[in-house]
Design a binder for this molecule. Structure first.
Ligand code: ADP
Ligand code: MG
Length: 394
């Protein structure tokens, strides 16, 4: 099975409904970072060259099925218009008579945006009625919201049921990059760096990656649970107690296989996670009341040394509380090191991407994923409902 591609879909002069992921950060009513909007431009520009009339759907934030004035798409439509150099008509309705009218009047080469898809509870419930309502507006559907492919929502998996559908160019690009990490002929040594905070969410991907990578480097909150599993007293650090046994089992599995797992040895510790008034280095048990907030210099050096020879590196999850400048050092130093290595590097995860950008080295990475959750699910070998919905017989 494979999915249908954009070049195989007849979009010429058609009404095309396009699902994009414009879930961008806003600040004072303006788009603060338009990376995700820019990532969708190749697909939208292709469709405009084909004289399509575009109905662009996106969610923004978590309005949980209710109208939320702070999460309206107007600033996003404005930025899209600036980037495309084409007027983007915007409706305050997610669907309904106003949207219908806007779409009826839409000419080839024109673009419109209904309101935030998640204002309607049917979106996250994958309501067939809502999907049919949107489908009735268009001739074909293009799915380019890579970041939501791991969800079965009405505007992705739902829509694909009712219209001829294809994956957009961003989805293709993401799958190509991540697919090469799943391929047999991945350039070795293949290293994964996993950090961040969501241990229970990410143990699955660690388990799936262990037999495939040559080296696994753990840092950040992720490493704490593994260090606890090795018997280290972690003081008041973020540790997911319920996952300690699982972490111990994974360490054992790694030891039995050829995969090398490395954990930080020295840790930056502090009584507060969000302020750096006091900090110290711990190479052993952490005193009660103190928390691990970053990896120490010895660990940075060891990680760098080990990663230097890699042919391919996948990184998800910051190695410390990088939002606090004093605790960002491990993350920033490793980001800089990766930018100098010859390995092909893939960065996945919202905070990881932000960290690489903060280190000023985003443009030196091989690939930056626009969707962390979807990327992890894909690497874990799980089915992505939004992609499955696009499958066709070969
Ligand atoms: P991503 O968004 O890249 O997938 P996560 O959301 O899993 O990454 O994790 C990012 C968060 O992890 C950041 O907010 C960071 O502050 C936090 N973090 C990293 N290291 C630690 C730590 N030692 N203790 C607590 N939180 C941490
Ligand atoms: Mg995150």
């Amino acid at each position: 099975m494979t999915h249908k591609r954009l070049i195989d879909l007849d979009v010429k002069k058609k009404k095309v409904i396009v699902r994009v992921d414009f879930n961008v950060p806003l600040q004072e009513g303006r788009v603060r970072d338009d990376t995700r909007i820019r990532a969708a431009l190749p697909t939208l520009e292709y469709l405009l060259r084909e004289q399509g009339s575009l109905i662009v759907l996106s969610h923004l934030g978590r309005p949980k099925g209710k109208i939320n004035d702070d999460l309206r798409l107007d600033p996003v439509a404005q930025r899209l218009s600036d980037l495309l150099g084409v007027e983007v008509l915007k409706s305050d309705q997610v669907w309904g008579p106003e949207v219908k009218k806007m779409v009826e009047n839409l000419k080839p080469g024109q673009v419109c945006m209904p309101e935030n898809t998640r204002f309607d509870p049917g979106e996250e419930e994958n309501s067939p009625e809502l999907a049919r309502e949107w489908a009735s507006l268009a001739d074909v559907f293009v799915s380019d919201a890579f970041g939501t492919l791991h969800r079965a929502h009405a505007s992705n998996a739902g829509l694909a049921r009712y219209l001829p559908s294809a994956a957009g160019l961003l989805v293709e690009k993401e799958l190509e990059a991540l697919g090469s990490l799943r391929a047999e002929n991945v350039d070795r040594p293949f290293a994964a760096i996993l950090g961040g905070a969501k241990v229970s969410d990410k143990l699955g991907v660690i388990e799936a990656l262990l037999p495939r990578v040559d080296l696994m480097v753990l840092g950040g909150g992720m490493a704490n649970t593994f260090l606890a599993a090795e018997g280290r007293d972690m003081g008041d650090s973020l540790v997911e107690e319920s996952q300690i046994d699982k972490a111990r089992e994974l360490l054992k599995k790694a030891r039995e296989s050829k995969t090398e797992i490395i954990l930080p040895t020295d840790l930056v510790i502090s009584p507060k996670i969000d302020a750096s008034d006091e900090k110290s280095i711990s190479e052993d048990a952490i005193t009660p009341g103190w928390k691990a907030v970053d990896i120490g210099q010895k660990s940075i050096d060891a990680f760098r040394e080990k990663l230097q020879a890699a042919g391919t590196i996948f990184w998800n999850g910051p190695l410390g509380v990088f939002e606090v400048d004093d605790f960002a050092r491990g993350t920033i130093e490793i980001a800089r090191a990766l930018s100098e290595f010859s390995a092909w590097t893939v960065i996945g995860g919202g905070d990881s991407v932000a960290a690489v950008e903060a280190a000023g080295v985003a443009d030196k990475m091989g690939h930056i994923c626009t969707g962390g959750g979807a990327a992890l699910k894909y690497l874990e070998g799980k089915e992505l409902p939004g992609l499955k919905a696009l499958e066709v017989e070969e």
